[in-house]
Each structure stands twice: as structure tokens, then as C-alpha cells.
Design a protein around this ligand. Structure first.
Ligand code: ZN
Length: 233
């Protein structure tokens, strides 16, 4: 199973054994755990998959980092969709804000979608990124996720969606809310097609957003070792 393989990959990490003494480390390389308040060396934290070795708290991951943890190296092919954001309410500075975020994060939007391999098994994967307007669901995010789901049906591949979202992108008004119907319809099509769908809810994912992507969360959720929750349909 894909999930077992992912777990095995994480558990088999030996780098967690490399700890550093505080006296050896230059200033500016420390980070405070949000939960236990322990001061941690960033490199140790990085090598431990961003999990606090003291209290098991899971720090938030960027889409790039998560992709590196999950997908076999060099196998990710991102879907190239030339879609531009809409600004139906003519919100001042919205377009400029998007441009600034693109430069700052190196992402074109709040989700990365494509195909890749996990231990040699082909999958379609979508990873939302909280660094881009808190992963809010705008028209581009909705379209990219819908396209990925349809691609999974076409290619007869399993799909994994990592959700990180503050909810709908209010700057896009009703267009943003419409993404709910669009992604839900795509998930229904996926269910009918019988593809494996794994929805991973990560911190933070607000209900309005994840209910679109994890239709059966009410019936089948489980808490994993991490803060993430996995639903299978
Ligand atoms: Zn901690």
C-alpha cells in the first residue's frame, strides 16, 4: 500500500540520530517549538522531518518540502496550466499581492499538482501550500485540483491531495465559493470511476475548504502519528 510505503520511508530515516549540543551552534539557527517551547536546532529539526524530537509536534511544511518527502527524486512532473487569477471585485492591490507572493515563494499559486512516483508506483499528487495566501481556494487552485482529479481518472491513477487551507479566497468572491461545487463534482466522478483517493488534511485545514476535498471525512477519519489526518474513499 502507498500509505505503508510512505510511513516506512519516514520511519527509516537515520538522520534523526544526529543531534547537536547547543554550545556548538551559531546564533540564528534555532527555532522554538510552538508546543513545548523547547529551543531546537533547525538542522536537527529538518533532519527529523520537521517533527519536534521533544514533544512530537509537527511543524508546518512547504509544498516543496512535502513533495521531497513523498515523491521519488526526479519523478515529479508538474502540470503546466496557464491560468490567471481573476479579480471580480476589483480588489485594490490583489494582483500585485499575487505577483509579490510568486516572487517571494517561487510558487505560481497555492497548490502544486502533477504526476510522480512513490517507490516506483505512479500517482497524481496535489500539495497545497500555506505560504501562499494561507492556501486559500481561489479560481486557479480550484481549477488545478479539478484538472488533477480528471487527469487521475483519465490515466487510471490513484490521487493524493494534501490540504492546507485557510478556506475560500475572499478576494475572488463568488468565484472562489464556486470552486466548492467544482471540486466536489470532480471527486464524485473520481469515486464513480473507482480510483483510489487519499485525502490528507494537514495543519491548518479549515472545514469549509477540506469538506470539498474530503467528502467522506465524517465516516472514515483517523489520526496518524502526525497532526495530519488521512481519509480514504
Ligand atoms: Zn516540542
Amino acid at each position: 500500500m502507498v500509505i505503508d510505503k510512505i510511513k516506512k520511508r519516514n520511519i527509516s530515516n537515520d538522520e534523526t540520530q544526529n543531534s547537536h549540543s547547543k554550545a556548538d551552534i551559531p546564533i540564528g539557527k534555532w527555532v522554538k517549538c510552538d508546543k513545548c517551547k523547547e529551543i531546537l536546532y533547525k538542522e536537527d529539526l529538518h533532519n527529523n522531518y520537521s517533527i519536534c524530537p521533544n514533544c512530537d509536534y509537527h511543524f508546518r511544511l512547504s509544498s516543496r518540502r512535502r513533495l521531497k518527502q513523498i515523491i521519488d527524486e526526479g519523478t515529479f512532473n508538474e502540470f503546466e496550466l496557464n491560468i490567471e487569477n481573476v479579480n471580480p471585485l476589483n480588489i485594490k492591490e490583489y494582483s500585485k499581492k499575487i505577483e509579490t507572493l510568486r516572487e517571494k515563494t517561487g510558487l505560481d499559486e497555492a497548490v502544486k499538482c502533477g504526476t510522480g512516483k512513490i517507490y516506483g508506483e505512479d500517482v497524481v499528487i496535489c500539495i497545497m501550500d500555506g505560504n501562499f495566501l494561507m492556501g486559500s481556494m481561489g479560481s486557479v487552485v480550484g481549477e488545478k485540483i479539478t484538472y488533477s482529479i480528471e487527469k487521475a481518472i483519465e490515466l487510471k491513477l490513484p490521487i493524493i491531495i494534501f490540504s492546507v487551507s485557510g478556506g475560500a479566497r475572499m478576494q475572488e468572491g463568488i468565484i472562489s465559493l464556486m470552486q466548492m461545487a467544482k471540486t466536489s463534482a470532480a471527486i464524485s466522478k473520481l469515486n464513480k470511476a473507482g480510483n483510489l483517493y487519499i485525502s490528507v488534511l494537514t495543519d491548518p485545514t479549515y472545514r469549509r475548504s477540506y469538506s470539498k476535498l474530503c467528502k467522506s471525512w465524517r465516516y472514515n477519519t483517523c489520526r496518524t502519528r502526525s497532526n495530519d489526518r488521512i481519509c480514504r474513499t
